[in-house]
Design a protein around this ligand. Sequence first.
Ligand code: UT7
Length: 332
Amino acid sequence: MTEFRATITATESYFPSKIITNKDLEKTVDTSDEWIRTRTGITQRHQAKKGQAASHLAIEAIEKLLKKTKTAPEEIDLIIVGTISPDTFFPSTACRIIDAIGAKNAWGFDLSAACSGYIYALATADQFVRSGRYKKVIAVGVDVMSSILDPKDRNTCIIFGDGCGVTLIEPILKDTELGIIDHLCHVDGAGIDLLYMPAGGSLHPTTQETLDTGMHYLKQDGKTVFKHAVTEMARISEEILERNNISPSDIDVFIPHQANIRIIESAQKKLKLKDEQVIINIDQRANTTAGTIPTCLDMAQRDGRLEKGKMVLLTTFGAGFTAGAVLMRWSY
Ligand code: UT7
């Protein structure tokens, strides 16, 4: 029997054109460009227009992906959308995307894992492709964080941005030693009330009171989440490397979730990685939640840092807490 691995064969991304700089935020909340740069590493973020939802960002990115790879929409088997800012609770963002791009033979679903949404989507795509059952799967990481942020809360509104990254996943023969080698996904419920959106679901359905008290906005205990993120990003990276007998120095490209430059630097230090091994877009894009890793992949692919045979480690951490890592050898 032929044995397959799954591999990423194309990347794309889309960011809304509107840019909000730190200076812009100085006009709306009590903050400063200096504080945001030094405490987070962010200089600007993109913001969706009114009415521009997660599916719209994803459709822009997927249409570019299909064009670039000369793929007909009918060839797509499955679309998995990592997001915590879906267009609507239901139908899923995946349904809207599939309809809009004319992917008549595809099915799909949304996957809620916050900042780990893309990694969970990629791990799921890997299973479907590796089994030999599906030939073309699209894993999406998209968030319109501006739709769930309190514009008056300086603890949260300065950190996040809107954006989308997409990847095409296809089978590759296992004996090429290219493609996805391993993935590791993890949940620790210690984070349930540390980074969350209290209302709007079945626990606290929307009422006038939930609106008046701002329970429909994202809340975060930043300091505590920071401590967990620093430990877990390094731990999960070490775990996946150790169980595959790979040393951090063998990693050519490390793409960590982009929550805070200080978290990235801490993971880099613990893993003893050089600057040139680490991909960063938080300065220009901020924390795009499920969008950070696939947009970094697209950036690294465009600027030539991802080449055939390179060893790549993706590592994430987010609300839940969710965490995950994917290890792969780049195949094109
Ligand atoms: O992506 C999912 C996972 N999320 C994360 O990993 C995020 C983790 N957390 C963080 O990145 C950081 O905790 C933040 C960027 C959210 C906050 O940075 P911090 O260094 O942890 O700041 P802090 O919350 O400890 O606040 C320090 C001070 C406080 O003032 P006092 O009490 O020392 O007088 C805050 O009120 O900074 C103040 N502060 C601000 N000042 C100016 C908080 N936010 C701001 C702000 N501008 N935007």
